[in-house]
Design a protein around this ligand. Structure first.
Ligand SMILES: NC(=O)c1ccc[n+]([C@@H]2O[C@H](COP(=O)([O-])OP(=O)(O)OC[C@H]3O[C@@H](n4cnc5c(N)ncnc54)[C@H](O)[C@@H]3O)[C@@H](O)[C@H]2O)c1
Length: 272
């Protein structure tokens, strides 16, 4: 398998090293708007090659690629996902929040159908997506995601400025957002990926409830997923170690991309 990794940050760098150790992967292309960082990352990965996106170079290698992994940003996702899909290349999407835009999502789903390419969205930073997936085969009455992060994990979100909240001034756990996943998408774009994945799997962006708590006493990125429906009720708690490089990102998100690739490469799928 030949893989293109777009974005060599906290997720892309874990992924590049992990796929390099997979015998089924014979070539890795990486690209990043910050070339020096990407080149440093792959200096010890002999299967990997840096490719920049000037003079249509990326388009030229696309014909050789089986899977493109977007691990960069919503801007990159908007640019690269349709480009890969219309070239018949399967895409793994980490900046899932981009799919809160219904017109864009429909365009990508249609392109995948037309060009027989696949879109993979790993479970990301939260557990319980397996149960939600199964539960969605019958009626679901409630999906509620409660995300709790420390100030570093939420800093800079437009939703904080909207409410005049200075996370560094908080002395106790404080609810900084309460609403649906659609509004969370606009107000907390970097923290929305889990909410987006859950919305896509379950009851959609309008019906999924999201609560975001900033807790100055925590070093973890925690997610509690509560689902009620015909199947009964599930409550899943995840207490994630944040990436030292990008505190809003949990290490588990990178691991979910690694294990999704292992699953794609394998013939036996457990817990689908
Ligand atoms: N699905 C999930 O559960 C989940 C969890 C955490 C993060 N994410 C998302 O995954 C993405 C990557 O996260 P990360 O923590 O690795 O981010 P990061 O900031 O650590 O790294 C992103 C890298 O992508 C590069 N980049 C950004 N825009 C680019 C572009 N247009 N073209 C080329 N390179 C570009 C940056 O230079 C950087 O090196 C983010 O959008 C993040 O919000 C998803």
């Amino acid at each position: 398998m030949r893989i293109l990794i777009i974005g060599c940050g906290s997720i892309g760098s874990v992924l590049a090293k992990a796929v390099h150790d997979m015998p089924e992967v014979d070539r890795i292309y990486v690209t990043d708007q910050s070339k020096d960082f990407a080149v440093h990352l792959i200096s010890s990965l002999h299967k990997a090659q840096y490719i920049d996106n000037v003079n249509g170079k990326l388009a030229k290698v696309l014909g050789e690629i089986d899977l493109a992994v977007e691990a960069a940003s919503q801007d990159a996702a908007r640019k690269f996902i349709p480009f890969a899909l219309e070239n018949g290349v399967d895409v793994m999407v980490m900046s899932v929040g981009v799919f809160a835009d219904e017109a864009f999502r429909t365009r990508c789903y249609d392109l995948a159908k037309k060009h027989r390419s696949r879109i993979y969205v790993p479970s990301g930073a939260a557990c319980g997506t397996d149960g939600l997936h199964a539960a969605s085969a019958a009626a679901i009455s409630e999906v509620h995601l409660i995300t709790k992060k420390g100030p570093k994990g939420l800093k800079g979100a437009p939703g904080l400025a909207m409410r005049g909240i200075d996370v560094d001034a908080l002395t106790e756990a404080t609810v900084v957002f309460e609403g649906n996943a659609r509004d969370a998408a606009n107000q907390f774009p970097k923290n929305l990926n889990v909410a987006a994945t859950i919305s896509l799997l379950g009851v959609g962006f309008e019906q999924t409830r999201v609560t975001i708590v900033c807790d100055p006493s925590t070093e973890r990125n925690a997610h509690t997923l509560i689902v009620r429906g015909e199947f009964g009720e599930l409550r899943c708690e995840t207490n994630n170690v944040p990436s030292p490089m990008t505190p809003s990102t949990s290490y588990l998100a990178a691991l979910s991309a690694v294990s999704a690739i292992k699953r794609i490469l394998g013939n036996v799928w457990i817990g689908v």
